[in-house]
Design a protein around this ligand. Structure first.
Ligand code: NCD
Length: 306
């Protein structure tokens, strides 16, 4: 039995196969509507979510399967003091596959040691978010036609943003990617990403403080919100939260085929006026998340289309 805890749990070939399956699901949706009949997905969300939980549930429903679960720690027995390990041990008696989000880094990994069903990490603290990474990769592939040979700018909270950490790890295995990190000093990517990904693999990256100085070079701009819930004090959050606001004047020097991604939810970092620009991909990206999760559920359950 395999779990998906870290994006590096998947080989490049497995990622390419998942993206190809997601694209086939998009093209031939009807072929897949009964694939998961009789199967159950449990979504155990100890931390808030809109897209990830609902797209997992929609994905399972569109495959003909059923869903059960909870959407906040308050509505589970963790309020009575039950350990994550016990919760998962029990839920794995009821469900065939489990998607789990938790505020503590490593919680889905610990759960996977006890679970009798495959566990998918749906986000653990500031650490990893492998299914958002699959969503992001599918979006880059569909928008650009390929995953290598791009200049990508990551902007915002690169310290606490788990989607950034996971996407950097996954992209580090594709060729000829230029990385530009756009953040305030306090929100730079963590040392372990610098050391374990960039330095270990001899990948060059730039660190800059403004969007303006690099916007004309970017093929992909990955915007992120400042992760309020992971700050130790509110004053720092308030000081940093509006550091970057992408609006139409900021896009003046951008390439005509720039792809703007954002894992969402957005707070202020992208002005609503940008939504109507064809370069804004973030709502298409959210839709891709459902298809890639359909591909993932099928693959982890060992099922194929009819
Ligand atoms: C992200 C997350 O939960 O890390 N959201 C998501 O899953 N689409 C990004 C965020 O919360 O900022």
């Amino acid at each position: 039995m395999r779990h998906l805890i870290d994006p590096m749990d998947l080989s490049v070939q497995e990622i390419d196969d998942l993206l190809a399956l997601a694209e086939d699901i998009i093209a031939n949706h009807d072929k897949y509507t009964k694939v998961c009949e009789g199967k159950k997905l449990a979504t155990l969300f100890f931390e808030p979510s809109t897209r990830t939980r609902l797209s997992f549930e929609a994905a399972m429903m569109e495959l003909g399967g059923n869903v059960l679960g909870f959407s906040s720690a308050d509505s589970s027995s963790s309020t009575k003091g039950e350990s994550v390990a016990d919760t998962v041990k029990v839920v794995s008696c009821y469900a065939d596959i489990i998607a789990m989000r938790h505020p503590k880094e490593g919680a889905p990994y610990l759960a996977s040691l006890k679970s009798d069903a495959p566990i998918i990490n749906a986000g653990d603290g500031g650490h990893n978010h492998p299914t958002q990474t699959l969503t992001d990769l599918l979006t880059i592939k569909r928008e650009k036609g390929h995953l290598g040979d791009i200049t990508i700018g990551f902007c915002g909270d690169l310290k606490f943003g788990r989607t950034v950490h996971s996407l950097i790890k996954a992209l580090s295995r594709y060729d000829n990617i230029q990385y530009i990190m756009i953040s305030p000093e306090e929100l730079e990517i963590p040392e372990y990403i610098k050391e374990e990904v960039f330095e270990k693999k001899n990948i060059a990256y730039e660190q800059v403080r403004t969007i303006d100085e690099v916007i004309d070079r970017l093929d992909v701009l990955y915007m992120t919100r400042v992760q309020r819930e992971r700050f130790f004090n509110e004053a720092d959050y308030i000081r940093l939260k509006d550091t970057y606001i992408l609006d139409m004047p900021k896009l003046k020097n951008a390439k005509p085929d720039l792809s703007i991604l954002h894992p969402l939810p957005r707070v202020n970092e992208i002005a609503v006026e940008v939504d109507d620009d064809p370069r804004a991909c973030y709502f298409r990206q959210a839709l891709n998340g459902k298809y890639v999760r359909m591909a993932l559920i099928m693959t982890m359950l060992g099922l194929t289309g009819q």
